[in-house]
Design a binder for this molecule. Structure first.
Ligand SMILES: *Cc1c(COP(=O)(O)O)cnc(C)c1O
Length: 386
């Protein structure tokens, strides 16, 4: 058919030769996905990932990333979401409806606590908070209407390491699925299914990205029925991710373990140095004995990454500790972790934890990939500002 200029600007006759191959996976950008013919369109299923129907329901780029992420955890299915928090929301909306009950640890990632409160206030769901160190005692909290148990290991501010096998066993006996926020471990220090979790969630924003340059989340399962329930919520909520961001996460994966180990080694040195300082009352790092649940970490985990907290001695006021934080030059004041830059964040822990008994101001460090000696020197000069 003859085409005018305007039409040929849209419909090109050129087709690149086939047979191209390279290590990086292709980046497929699409809202509309084309069908071969009407019959093919009518026979397409969005659910089982055997074909493509619409950009929102997956492209070769997102399917490839999902498969690679599932493999890290030893899972079978994975669904991407545009942020870690939207991955959390997908899980809550997949498993909770009016009249249901959800159990969340008291140290849960704060926006998930906020979501629990919203579900309780406006959606008729009961959201109850439990002591993260409860272990098998969770059995006594599980009611007939309890439909989901959240776990997080460790809590990402106060760093308690729960007894995950005990919690998962107790929930399994009552037939309640356990969701694990495994962001801290990146699926490297801990594989969620090995300790009995049914649903493993990640903020890919952290180590998987590794660049502090994007937001994304993932939900991984082994069980087909659980995945289908999640896929329903994923579809209904419209949780699509951009192809370029999905590509960037894939670009980060090959170096993730090496980065994680580098963060881990450096963070332990910084934490050990802090532990020896008179200004610091406690180092809340799962590999250190001060940390609640340290023995659980020793039993279940293989590494620690770059994130930990400290409690300043009670003689230092919030104002003094704020001065210390402001005086740091290599640590940016900001949320998140997993990128090359070190970060620091003081927390008003008593405002987010009802049962907090420790004294002293809590400061969280994310040790990045800078030289460890430089980071320690920076902390040392900032401590003089106390
Ligand atoms: C960052 C984080 C999230 C949320 O991820 P976003 O991509 O920032 O929405 C959830 N859980 C934990 C433990 C996190 O650290």
């Amino acid at each position: 058919m003859k085409k005018t200029v305007q039409t040929s600007l849209i419909h090109s006759d050129y087709e690149a030769p086939g047979g191209f191959d390279a290590f990086p996976p292709g980046t497929h950008r699409a809202s509309t996905v084309l069908f071969e013919n009407v019959a093919a369109m009518r026979s397409m299923q969005w659910k089982d990932k055997s074909a493509y129907t619409y950009g929102l329901h997956g492209t070769p780029t997102t399917f490839t990333l999902e498969a690679r992420l599932a493999a890290i955890e030893g899972g079978a299915h994975c669904l991407l979401a545009p942020s870690g928090l939207s991955a959390i929301a997908m899980i809550n909306f997949a498993f909770l409806k009016s009249g249901d009950d959800v159990l969340l640890p008291e140290n849960v990632y704060n926006p998930n606590r906020e979501l629990g409160r919203w579900l309780a206030q406006d959606f008729g769901v009961s959201a109850r908070f439990y002591d993260p160190m409860i272990g098998s005692g969770i059995a006594e909290l599980i009611q007939p209407n309890t439909k989901l148990v959240w776990t997080e290991a460790p809590g990402s501010v106060s760093m308690e390491v729960p007894d995950l096998p005990a919690i998962c066993r107790a929930a399994k006996e009552k037939g309640v699925p356990v969701a694990l926020d495994n962001t801290w471990s990146a699926g490297l220090a801990l594989r969620g299914f090995d300790v009995g979790a049914d649903i493993v969630m990640h903020a890919l924003t952290k180590y998987q990205s590794g660049g502090a340059d994007l937001l994304m989340g993932a939900v991984i399962t082994r069980d087909k029925a659980l995945n289908e329930q999640l896929a329903q919520a994923h579809m209904r909520l419209g949780l699509g991710v951009g192809a370029d961001d999905a590509y960037l996460v894939m670009r980060g994966l090959p170096t993730m373990k090496l980065r994680f180990e580098a963060h881990d080694a450096s963070a332990r040195q910084v934490a050990a140095w802090l532990k020896a300082r008179p200004e610091i009352a406690k180092v809340l790092h799962p590999a250190f004995e001060d940390c609640p649940g340290h023995t659980n970490w020793k039993r279940d985990f293989h590494g620690a990454g770059g994130l930990f907290s400290v409690l300043f001695d009670a003689r230092y006021s919030e104002e003094q500790v704020d001065r210390f934080v402001d005086a740091l030059t290599l640590f940016g004041i900001g949320y998140s972790w997993g990128g090359p830059n070190s970060l620091v964040m003081p927390y008003r822990i008593r405002a987010i934890r009802t049962a907090w008994r420790e004294e002293g101001v809590l400061v969280r460090f994310n040790v990045g990939l800078e030289d460890t000696a430089d980071l320690i020197a920076d902390i040392e000069q900032a401590l003089t500002q106390l």
